[in-house]
Design a protein around this ligand. Structure first.
Ligand code: UD1
Ligand code: MG
Length: 448
Protein backbone atom coordinates (compact mmCIF):
# COMPACT_ATOMS: atom_id res chain seq x y z
CA UNK A 1 0.00 0.00 0.00
CA UNK A 2 0.95 3.59 -0.36
CA UNK A 3 3.41 4.93 2.17
CA UNK A 4 1.53 8.23 2.25
CA UNK A 5 -1.24 9.07 4.68
CA UNK A 6 -4.79 8.35 3.70
CA UNK A 7 -7.92 10.44 4.13
CA UNK A 8 -11.34 8.95 3.50
CA UNK A 9 -14.18 11.10 2.17
CA UNK A 10 -17.63 9.53 2.19
CA UNK A 11 -20.31 11.21 0.08
CA UNK A 12 -23.68 11.10 1.78
CA UNK A 13 -25.45 14.33 0.93
CA UNK A 14 -27.94 12.79 -1.47
CA UNK A 15 -31.55 13.13 -0.38
CA UNK A 16 -32.42 9.46 -0.62
CA UNK A 17 -35.95 10.40 -1.70
CA UNK A 18 -36.75 6.95 -3.05
CA UNK A 19 -36.26 5.35 0.37
CA UNK A 20 -39.37 7.26 1.57
CA UNK A 21 -37.89 7.29 5.06
CA UNK A 22 -37.33 9.55 8.05
CA UNK A 23 -34.04 7.73 8.58
CA UNK A 24 -31.09 9.01 6.56
CA UNK A 25 -30.44 6.64 3.68
CA UNK A 26 -26.89 5.75 4.70
CA UNK A 27 -28.09 4.77 8.17
CA UNK A 28 -30.44 2.05 6.96
CA UNK A 29 -29.04 -1.20 8.29
CA UNK A 30 -27.55 -4.08 6.38
CA UNK A 31 -26.98 -7.15 8.57
CA UNK A 32 -27.96 -5.09 11.60
CA UNK A 33 -25.46 -2.28 11.06
CA UNK A 34 -25.97 1.06 9.29
CA UNK A 35 -24.61 0.98 5.74
CA UNK A 36 -22.31 3.90 6.49
CA UNK A 37 -20.71 2.02 9.37
CA UNK A 38 -20.01 -1.01 7.16
CA UNK A 39 -18.11 1.29 4.92
CA UNK A 40 -16.26 3.07 7.71
CA UNK A 41 -15.32 -0.25 9.32
CA UNK A 42 -13.72 -1.40 6.06
CA UNK A 43 -12.06 1.99 5.53
CA UNK A 44 -10.71 2.00 9.09
CA UNK A 45 -8.56 -1.03 8.27
CA UNK A 46 -6.52 1.36 6.08
CA UNK A 47 -5.81 3.44 9.21
CA UNK A 48 -6.86 6.74 7.64
CA UNK A 49 -5.44 9.87 9.18
CA UNK A 50 -8.80 11.61 8.68
CA UNK A 51 -12.30 10.53 7.78
CA UNK A 52 -14.86 13.05 6.52
CA UNK A 53 -18.51 12.35 5.83
CA UNK A 54 -20.14 14.88 3.51
CA UNK A 55 -23.78 15.25 4.33
CA UNK A 56 -26.66 17.66 3.85
CA UNK A 57 -30.20 17.04 5.01
CA UNK A 58 -30.34 14.73 8.03
CA UNK A 59 -26.91 15.84 9.10
CA UNK A 60 -27.65 15.41 12.83
CA UNK A 61 -28.52 11.72 12.40
CA UNK A 62 -25.33 11.07 10.46
CA UNK A 63 -23.24 13.04 12.91
CA UNK A 64 -24.57 11.04 15.87
CA UNK A 65 -23.77 7.79 14.08
CA UNK A 66 -20.21 8.65 13.10
CA UNK A 67 -19.09 10.74 16.07
CA UNK A 68 -18.04 7.67 18.12
CA UNK A 69 -15.74 6.67 15.28
CA UNK A 70 -13.98 10.03 15.23
CA UNK A 71 -15.17 10.94 11.75
CA UNK A 72 -15.71 14.58 10.84
CA UNK A 73 -18.78 15.97 9.16
CA UNK A 74 -18.67 18.36 6.24
CA UNK A 75 -21.90 19.97 5.15
CA UNK A 76 -23.01 20.31 1.57
CA UNK A 77 -26.02 22.58 1.89
CA UNK A 78 -27.09 22.23 -1.75
CA UNK A 79 -26.54 19.12 -3.84
CA UNK A 80 -24.67 20.63 -6.74
CA UNK A 81 -22.96 17.41 -7.79
CA UNK A 82 -20.43 14.84 -6.66
CA UNK A 83 -17.46 17.11 -7.44
CA UNK A 84 -19.00 19.92 -5.40
CA UNK A 85 -19.62 17.43 -2.59
CA UNK A 86 -15.95 16.44 -2.40
CA UNK A 87 -14.98 20.12 -2.39
CA UNK A 88 -16.94 20.53 0.86
CA UNK A 89 -14.34 18.30 2.55
CA UNK A 90 -11.62 20.80 1.80
CA UNK A 91 -11.62 22.50 5.22
CA UNK A 92 -11.69 19.20 7.06
CA UNK A 93 -8.66 18.14 5.05
CA UNK A 94 -6.73 21.39 5.48
CA UNK A 95 -3.07 20.60 5.99
CA UNK A 96 -3.57 16.98 4.96
CA UNK A 97 -0.91 15.77 2.59
CA UNK A 98 -1.58 12.31 1.27
CA UNK A 99 -4.01 10.22 -0.74
CA UNK A 100 -7.76 10.71 -0.68
CA UNK A 101 -10.14 7.80 -1.00
CA UNK A 102 -13.66 8.83 -2.05
CA UNK A 103 -16.50 6.46 -1.15
CA UNK A 104 -20.28 6.64 -1.47
CA UNK A 105 -22.25 6.20 1.74
CA UNK A 106 -24.89 4.26 -0.14
CA UNK A 107 -22.42 1.76 -1.66
CA UNK A 108 -21.79 -0.23 1.50
CA UNK A 109 -20.24 -3.54 0.47
CA UNK A 110 -16.90 -2.35 -0.86
CA UNK A 111 -14.21 -4.54 0.64
CA UNK A 112 -11.14 -3.23 2.42
CA UNK A 113 -8.96 -5.16 -0.07
CA UNK A 114 -10.48 -3.20 -2.92
CA UNK A 115 -9.93 0.09 -1.11
CA UNK A 116 -6.32 -0.90 -0.52
CA UNK A 117 -5.84 -1.88 -4.15
CA UNK A 118 -7.16 1.52 -5.26
CA UNK A 119 -4.72 3.39 -3.07
CA UNK A 120 -1.87 1.04 -3.99
CA UNK A 121 -2.52 1.70 -7.69
CA UNK A 122 -1.70 5.38 -7.10
CA UNK A 123 1.79 4.23 -6.22
CA UNK A 124 2.48 2.16 -9.34
CA UNK A 125 5.43 3.28 -11.52
CA UNK A 126 3.18 5.11 -14.00
CA UNK A 127 1.95 7.19 -11.00
CA UNK A 128 -1.62 8.08 -11.97
CA UNK A 129 -3.06 11.06 -10.12
CA UNK A 130 -6.51 9.47 -10.05
CA UNK A 131 -7.68 5.85 -9.77
CA UNK A 132 -11.30 5.00 -10.55
CA UNK A 133 -13.05 1.83 -9.48
CA UNK A 134 -14.95 0.43 -12.44
CA UNK A 135 -17.15 -2.60 -13.00
CA UNK A 136 -18.56 -4.44 -15.98
CA UNK A 137 -22.21 -5.12 -16.58
CA UNK A 138 -24.37 -6.19 -19.50
CA UNK A 139 -26.97 -3.71 -18.33
CA UNK A 140 -25.05 -0.45 -17.86
CA UNK A 141 -28.21 1.65 -17.54
CA UNK A 142 -27.51 5.24 -16.48
CA UNK A 143 -24.05 4.66 -15.03
CA UNK A 144 -21.17 6.83 -16.14
CA UNK A 145 -19.11 5.10 -18.86
CA UNK A 146 -15.36 4.62 -18.54
CA UNK A 147 -13.51 5.44 -21.70
CA UNK A 148 -10.23 3.57 -21.58
CA UNK A 149 -7.27 3.84 -23.96
CA UNK A 150 -7.32 0.65 -26.05
CA UNK A 151 -5.25 -2.18 -24.57
CA UNK A 152 -4.44 -0.46 -21.28
CA UNK A 153 -5.90 0.51 -17.94
CA UNK A 154 -5.32 4.19 -18.78
CA UNK A 155 -8.58 5.97 -18.25
CA UNK A 156 -9.13 8.84 -20.67
CA UNK A 157 -12.41 10.17 -19.37
CA UNK A 158 -15.70 9.35 -17.75
CA UNK A 159 -18.81 10.26 -19.69
CA UNK A 160 -22.04 10.60 -17.78
CA UNK A 161 -24.92 8.73 -19.35
CA UNK A 162 -26.88 11.94 -19.92
CA UNK A 163 -23.96 13.41 -21.82
CA UNK A 164 -22.89 10.28 -23.71
CA UNK A 165 -23.29 9.64 -27.43
CA UNK A 166 -24.44 6.28 -28.82
CA UNK A 167 -20.93 4.85 -29.10
CA UNK A 168 -20.13 5.85 -25.51
CA UNK A 169 -23.42 4.43 -24.25
CA UNK A 170 -22.46 1.10 -25.82
CA UNK A 171 -19.50 0.84 -23.42
CA UNK A 172 -20.16 -1.68 -20.65
CA UNK A 173 -17.30 -0.68 -18.35
CA UNK A 174 -19.01 1.57 -15.81
CA UNK A 175 -18.08 4.02 -13.11
CA UNK A 176 -18.80 2.75 -9.58
CA UNK A 177 -18.25 6.35 -8.44
CA UNK A 178 -15.42 5.40 -6.07
CA UNK A 179 -12.13 7.09 -6.61
CA UNK A 180 -8.67 7.43 -5.11
CA UNK A 181 -6.56 10.49 -5.84
CA UNK A 182 -3.47 12.27 -4.70
CA UNK A 183 -4.80 14.91 -2.34
CA UNK A 184 -2.86 17.87 -3.69
CA UNK A 185 -3.82 17.11 -7.30
CA UNK A 186 -7.44 16.42 -6.38
CA UNK A 187 -8.28 19.80 -4.92
CA UNK A 188 -6.46 21.62 -7.70
CA UNK A 189 -8.51 19.66 -10.24
CA UNK A 190 -11.78 20.20 -8.36
CA UNK A 191 -11.17 23.95 -8.46
CA UNK A 192 -11.24 23.73 -12.27
CA UNK A 193 -14.59 21.95 -12.53
CA UNK A 194 -17.45 23.58 -14.37
CA UNK A 195 -21.09 22.60 -14.50
CA UNK A 196 -21.73 22.99 -18.21
CA UNK A 197 -23.26 19.57 -18.74
CA UNK A 198 -26.61 17.87 -19.13
CA UNK A 199 -27.26 17.81 -15.37
CA UNK A 200 -25.87 21.27 -14.62
CA UNK A 201 -23.78 19.69 -11.85
CA UNK A 202 -20.15 19.78 -10.81
CA UNK A 203 -19.15 16.26 -11.78
CA UNK A 204 -16.42 14.58 -9.76
CA UNK A 205 -15.91 12.38 -12.79
CA UNK A 206 -14.52 15.31 -14.79
CA UNK A 207 -11.30 15.24 -12.76
CA UNK A 208 -10.31 12.18 -14.79
CA UNK A 209 -9.97 13.99 -18.09
CA UNK A 210 -8.59 17.11 -16.38
CA UNK A 211 -5.85 15.06 -14.69
CA UNK A 212 -4.69 13.49 -17.93
CA UNK A 213 -3.30 10.69 -15.80
CA UNK A 214 -5.96 8.33 -14.53
CA UNK A 215 -6.14 4.57 -14.20
CA UNK A 216 -9.00 2.17 -13.70
CA UNK A 217 -9.19 -0.93 -11.59
CA UNK A 218 -12.16 -3.24 -11.69
CA UNK A 219 -14.45 -4.64 -9.02
CA UNK A 220 -17.21 -7.16 -9.19
CA UNK A 221 -20.55 -5.46 -9.92
CA UNK A 222 -22.05 -6.87 -6.70
CA UNK A 223 -19.36 -5.26 -4.59
CA UNK A 224 -20.22 -1.77 -5.83
CA UNK A 225 -23.99 -2.17 -5.77
CA UNK A 226 -25.69 0.98 -4.54
CA UNK A 227 -28.83 1.47 -2.48
CA UNK A 228 -31.42 3.99 -3.63
CA UNK A 229 -34.61 2.15 -2.71
CA UNK A 230 -35.89 -0.45 -0.25
CA UNK A 231 -35.69 -3.00 -3.05
CA UNK A 232 -32.00 -2.28 -3.56
CA UNK A 233 -31.50 -2.37 0.20
CA UNK A 234 -32.95 -5.89 0.22
CA UNK A 235 -30.71 -6.85 -2.70
CA UNK A 236 -27.62 -5.63 -0.87
CA UNK A 237 -28.74 -7.46 2.28
CA UNK A 238 -29.16 -10.61 0.21
CA UNK A 239 -25.70 -10.28 -1.29
CA UNK A 240 -24.18 -9.68 2.15
CA UNK A 241 -25.96 -12.72 3.61
CA UNK A 242 -24.87 -14.92 0.70
CA UNK A 243 -21.24 -13.96 1.23
CA UNK A 244 -21.49 -14.46 5.00
CA UNK A 245 -23.07 -17.91 4.63
CA UNK A 246 -20.26 -18.97 2.32
CA UNK A 247 -17.73 -17.59 4.79
CA UNK A 248 -19.35 -19.43 7.72
CA UNK A 249 -19.09 -22.72 5.85
CA UNK A 250 -15.54 -22.02 4.71
CA UNK A 251 -14.67 -21.38 8.36
CA UNK A 252 -15.97 -24.78 9.43
CA UNK A 253 -19.64 -24.43 10.32
CA UNK A 254 -22.33 -26.68 8.87
CA UNK A 255 -25.36 -24.84 7.53
CA UNK A 256 -27.90 -27.41 6.50
CA UNK A 257 -29.96 -24.92 4.50
CA UNK A 258 -27.71 -21.86 4.15
CA UNK A 259 -30.34 -19.79 2.33
CA UNK A 260 -32.51 -19.82 5.44
CA UNK A 261 -29.90 -18.68 7.95
CA UNK A 262 -29.54 -14.95 8.60
CA UNK A 263 -26.44 -13.46 10.18
CA UNK A 264 -25.58 -10.12 11.73
CA UNK A 265 -22.49 -8.14 10.86
CA UNK A 266 -20.87 -9.29 14.11
CA UNK A 267 -21.97 -12.93 14.42
CA UNK A 268 -19.13 -15.17 15.58
CA UNK A 269 -19.30 -18.93 14.92
CA UNK A 270 -16.75 -21.46 16.11
CA UNK A 271 -15.65 -24.65 14.37
CA UNK A 272 -18.01 -27.55 13.96
CA UNK A 273 -21.00 -25.45 14.83
CA UNK A 274 -24.16 -26.77 13.18
CA UNK A 275 -26.91 -24.35 12.27
CA UNK A 276 -30.16 -25.97 11.24
CA UNK A 277 -32.67 -24.33 8.88
CA UNK A 278 -34.45 -21.07 9.63
CA UNK A 279 -32.22 -19.56 12.26
CA UNK A 280 -31.87 -15.80 12.74
CA UNK A 281 -28.84 -14.24 14.41
CA UNK A 282 -29.48 -10.74 15.71
CA UNK A 283 -26.52 -8.61 16.68
CA UNK A 284 -24.00 -9.62 19.32
CA UNK A 285 -24.06 -13.42 19.12
CA UNK A 286 -21.11 -15.74 19.68
CA UNK A 287 -21.46 -19.50 19.23
CA UNK A 288 -18.55 -21.59 20.43
CA UNK A 289 -17.13 -24.76 18.89
CA UNK A 290 -19.31 -27.80 18.51
CA UNK A 291 -22.59 -26.15 19.47
CA UNK A 292 -25.82 -26.85 17.59
CA UNK A 293 -28.49 -24.29 16.85
CA UNK A 294 -31.60 -26.24 15.99
CA UNK A 295 -34.23 -25.06 13.54
CA UNK A 296 -36.35 -21.93 13.96
CA UNK A 297 -34.33 -20.32 16.72
CA UNK A 298 -33.76 -16.58 17.18
CA UNK A 299 -30.64 -15.38 18.98
CA UNK A 300 -29.59 -11.84 19.88
CA UNK A 301 -26.90 -10.57 22.26
CA UNK A 302 -26.23 -14.13 23.37
CA UNK A 303 -23.33 -16.47 23.91
CA UNK A 304 -23.62 -20.20 23.31
CA UNK A 305 -20.95 -22.36 24.93
CA UNK A 306 -19.03 -25.27 23.47
CA UNK A 307 -21.15 -28.27 22.58
CA UNK A 308 -24.26 -26.52 23.85
CA UNK A 309 -27.61 -26.96 22.08
CA UNK A 310 -30.30 -24.40 21.38
CA UNK A 311 -33.83 -25.01 20.10
CA UNK A 312 -35.64 -25.95 18.00
CA UNK A 313 -37.84 -22.87 18.46
CA UNK A 314 -35.75 -21.21 21.15
CA UNK A 315 -35.29 -17.50 21.72
CA UNK A 316 -32.10 -16.19 23.27
CA UNK A 317 -32.36 -12.51 24.11
CA UNK A 318 -29.61 -10.09 25.13
CA UNK A 319 -27.56 -11.30 28.05
CA UNK A 320 -28.36 -14.99 27.57
CA UNK A 321 -25.17 -16.91 28.30
CA UNK A 322 -25.15 -20.67 27.88
CA UNK A 323 -22.14 -22.42 29.39
CA UNK A 324 -20.52 -25.41 27.76
CA UNK A 325 -22.81 -28.38 27.06
CA UNK A 326 -25.89 -26.53 28.32
CA UNK A 327 -29.18 -27.42 26.65
CA UNK A 328 -31.99 -25.01 25.89
CA UNK A 329 -34.92 -26.66 24.16
CA UNK A 330 -38.14 -25.83 22.39
CA UNK A 331 -40.21 -22.78 23.24
CA UNK A 332 -37.73 -21.52 25.80
CA UNK A 333 -36.97 -17.80 26.14
CA UNK A 334 -33.86 -16.66 27.96
CA UNK A 335 -32.96 -13.06 28.77
CA UNK A 336 -30.07 -11.77 30.93
CA UNK A 337 -29.50 -15.19 32.38
CA UNK A 338 -26.57 -17.54 32.66
CA UNK A 339 -27.17 -21.27 32.28
CA UNK A 340 -24.42 -23.31 33.90
CA UNK A 341 -22.31 -26.10 32.45
CA UNK A 342 -24.47 -29.03 31.36
CA UNK A 343 -27.65 -27.51 32.79
CA UNK A 344 -30.90 -28.31 30.99
CA UNK A 345 -33.78 -26.00 30.24
CA UNK A 346 -35.56 -28.17 27.78
CA UNK A 347 -39.15 -27.06 27.34
CA UNK A 348 -41.55 -24.12 27.50
CA UNK A 349 -39.67 -21.95 29.98
CA UNK A 350 -38.92 -18.29 30.60
CA UNK A 351 -35.70 -17.43 32.41
CA UNK A 352 -35.04 -13.72 32.91
CA UNK A 353 -32.49 -12.06 35.22
CA UNK A 354 -31.41 -15.45 36.44
CA UNK A 355 -28.45 -17.65 37.19
CA UNK A 356 -28.73 -21.42 36.78
CA UNK A 357 -25.99 -23.53 38.31
CA UNK A 358 -24.11 -26.32 36.57
CA UNK A 359 -26.07 -29.50 36.03
CA UNK A 360 -29.37 -28.04 37.19
CA UNK A 361 -32.56 -29.26 35.53
CA UNK A 362 -35.32 -26.77 34.88
CA UNK A 363 -38.61 -28.52 34.24
CA UNK A 364 -41.10 -27.79 31.49
CA UNK A 365 -43.07 -24.62 31.97
CA UNK A 366 -40.87 -23.03 34.62
CA UNK A 367 -41.23 -19.26 34.77
CA UNK A 368 -39.00 -16.79 36.58
CA UNK A 369 -41.39 -14.05 37.67
CA UNK A 370 -38.77 -11.32 37.41
CA UNK A 371 -40.87 -8.18 37.05
CA UNK A 372 -43.48 -6.55 39.28
CA UNK A 373 -44.36 -3.86 36.81
CA UNK A 374 -41.76 -1.50 38.29
CA UNK A 375 -38.47 -3.30 38.93
CA UNK A 376 -36.67 -6.44 37.81
CA UNK A 377 -35.44 -9.01 40.32
CA UNK A 378 -32.98 -11.90 40.17
CA UNK A 379 -33.51 -15.62 40.52
CA UNK A 380 -30.55 -17.76 41.52
CA UNK A 381 -30.74 -21.53 41.08
CA UNK A 382 -27.89 -23.52 42.57
CA UNK A 383 -25.84 -26.30 41.03
CA UNK A 384 -27.65 -29.56 40.53
CA UNK A 385 -31.01 -28.16 41.61
CA UNK A 386 -34.16 -29.68 40.12
CA UNK A 387 -37.10 -27.41 39.43
CA UNK A 388 -40.29 -29.40 38.79
CA UNK A 389 -42.52 -28.63 35.85
CA UNK A 390 -44.82 -25.64 35.83
CA UNK A 391 -43.14 -23.87 38.71
CA UNK A 392 -43.26 -20.11 39.13
CA UNK A 393 -40.17 -18.71 40.83
CA UNK A 394 -41.13 -15.30 42.21
CA UNK A 395 -37.97 -13.21 42.27
CA UNK A 396 -35.96 -12.21 44.16
CA UNK A 397 -35.53 -15.81 45.16
CA UNK A 398 -32.76 -18.37 45.55
CA UNK A 399 -33.07 -22.11 45.08
CA UNK A 400 -30.14 -23.71 46.87
CA UNK A 401 -27.76 -26.19 45.28
CA UNK A 402 -29.18 -29.67 45.03
CA UNK A 403 -32.65 -28.56 46.13
CA UNK A 404 -35.82 -29.91 44.56
CA UNK A 405 -38.84 -27.76 43.82
CA UNK A 406 -42.00 -29.81 43.51
CA UNK A 407 -43.88 -29.50 40.23
CA UNK A 408 -46.48 -26.77 40.14
CA UNK A 409 -44.95 -24.78 42.96
CA UNK A 410 -45.14 -21.02 43.32
CA UNK A 411 -41.91 -20.31 45.15
CA UNK A 412 -41.82 -16.99 46.98
CA UNK A 413 -39.17 -17.69 49.64
CA UNK A 414 -35.60 -18.95 49.33
CA UNK A 415 -35.12 -22.72 49.37
CA UNK A 416 -32.11 -24.04 51.26
CA UNK A 417 -29.63 -26.39 49.61
CA UNK A 418 -30.68 -30.03 49.28
CA UNK A 419 -34.22 -29.31 50.57
CA UNK A 420 -37.54 -30.13 48.97
CA UNK A 421 -39.87 -27.17 48.54
CA UNK A 422 -43.54 -27.87 47.86
CA UNK A 423 -45.58 -24.74 47.35
CA UNK A 424 -48.93 -25.74 45.89
CA UNK A 425 -52.40 -26.75 46.99
CA UNK A 426 -52.39 -30.05 48.90
CA UNK A 427 -54.13 -32.86 47.01
CA UNK A 428 -57.38 -34.13 48.54
CA UNK A 429 -59.35 -37.21 47.48
CA UNK A 430 -63.07 -37.90 48.01
CA UNK A 431 -63.81 -41.55 47.25
CA UNK A 432 -66.72 -42.13 44.83
CA UNK A 433 -67.53 -38.41 44.60
CA UNK A 434 -67.20 -38.23 40.83
CA UNK A 435 -69.59 -41.13 40.24
CA UNK A 436 -72.18 -39.69 42.68
CA UNK A 437 -71.95 -36.32 40.96
CA UNK A 438 -72.35 -37.83 37.53
CA UNK A 439 -75.34 -39.93 38.53
CA UNK A 440 -77.10 -37.00 40.19
CA UNK A 441 -76.58 -34.69 37.25
CA UNK A 442 -77.68 -37.32 34.71
CA UNK A 443 -80.92 -37.87 36.66
CA UNK A 444 -81.57 -34.14 36.86
CA UNK A 445 -81.10 -33.68 33.14
CA UNK A 446 -83.50 -36.56 32.31
CA UNK A 447 -86.14 -35.17 34.71
CA UNK A 448 -86.25 -31.84 32.79
C1 UD1 B 1 -22.48 9.02 -10.07
C2 UD1 B 1 -21.36 9.17 -11.08
C3 UD1 B 1 -21.52 8.11 -12.17
C4 UD1 B 1 -21.53 6.74 -11.56
C5 UD1 B 1 -22.58 6.64 -10.49
C6 UD1 B 1 -22.45 5.36 -9.75
C7 UD1 B 1 -20.80 11.52 -11.13
C8 UD1 B 1 -20.95 12.79 -11.87
N1 UD1 B 1 -21.42 10.49 -11.65
O1 UD1 B 1 -23.67 9.31 -10.75
O2 UD1 B 1 -20.47 8.20 -13.11
O3 UD1 B 1 -21.73 5.74 -12.55
O4 UD1 B 1 -22.45 7.71 -9.52
O5 UD1 B 1 -23.53 5.19 -8.86
O6 UD1 B 1 -20.12 11.48 -10.12
N2 UD1 B 1 -23.78 13.10 -3.66
C9 UD1 B 1 -23.53 14.12 -2.77
N3 UD1 B 1 -23.74 15.41 -3.18
C10 UD1 B 1 -24.17 15.72 -4.43
C11 UD1 B 1 -24.41 14.67 -5.33
C12 UD1 B 1 -24.21 13.37 -4.90
O7 UD1 B 1 -23.15 13.88 -1.63
O8 UD1 B 1 -24.29 16.90 -4.73
C13 UD1 B 1 -23.55 11.73 -3.21
C14 UD1 B 1 -24.82 10.91 -3.12
O9 UD1 B 1 -25.34 10.95 -1.81
C15 UD1 B 1 -24.35 9.52 -3.50
C16 UD1 B 1 -23.19 9.78 -4.45
O10 UD1 B 1 -22.75 11.08 -4.18
O11 UD1 B 1 -23.84 8.82 -2.39
C17 UD1 B 1 -23.58 9.61 -5.89
O12 UD1 B 1 -24.58 10.53 -6.22
P1 UD1 B 1 -25.65 10.24 -7.35
O13 UD1 B 1 -26.52 11.42 -7.48
O14 UD1 B 1 -26.29 8.94 -7.14
O15 UD1 B 1 -24.72 10.16 -8.63
P2 UD1 B 1 -25.09 9.57 -10.05
O16 UD1 B 1 -25.75 10.63 -10.83
O17 UD1 B 1 -25.79 8.29 -9.90
MG1 MG C 1 -26.73 7.25 -8.29
Amino acid sequence: MSSRNIAVVVLAAGKGTRMKSDLHKVLHPVAGRPMLLHLLAAADTLSPERTVVVTGAGRAQVEAAVAPRGAQIAVQAEQLGTGHAVMQARDALAGFDGDVLILYGDVPLVRAETMRAMVARLDAPDAPAVVVLGFRTDDPGAYGRLIVAPGSDRLEKIVEFKDADAAERAVTLCNSGLMAARGAALFALLAKLGNDNAAGEYYLTDVVELSGAAAVIEADAGEVAGVNSRGELAAVEHAWQQARRAQAMADGATLIAPQTVFFSHDTVLGRDVTVEPNVVFGTGVTVHDGATIHAFSHLEGAEVGRDAAVGPYARLRPGAILSDAAKVGNFVEIKKARVGVGAKVNHLTYLGDAEVGAGANIGAGTITCNYDGFFKYRTVIGEGAFVGSNSALVAPVTIGAGAIVAAGSVVVRDVTADSLAVARGRQEERGGWAKRFRDAMTAKKKGK
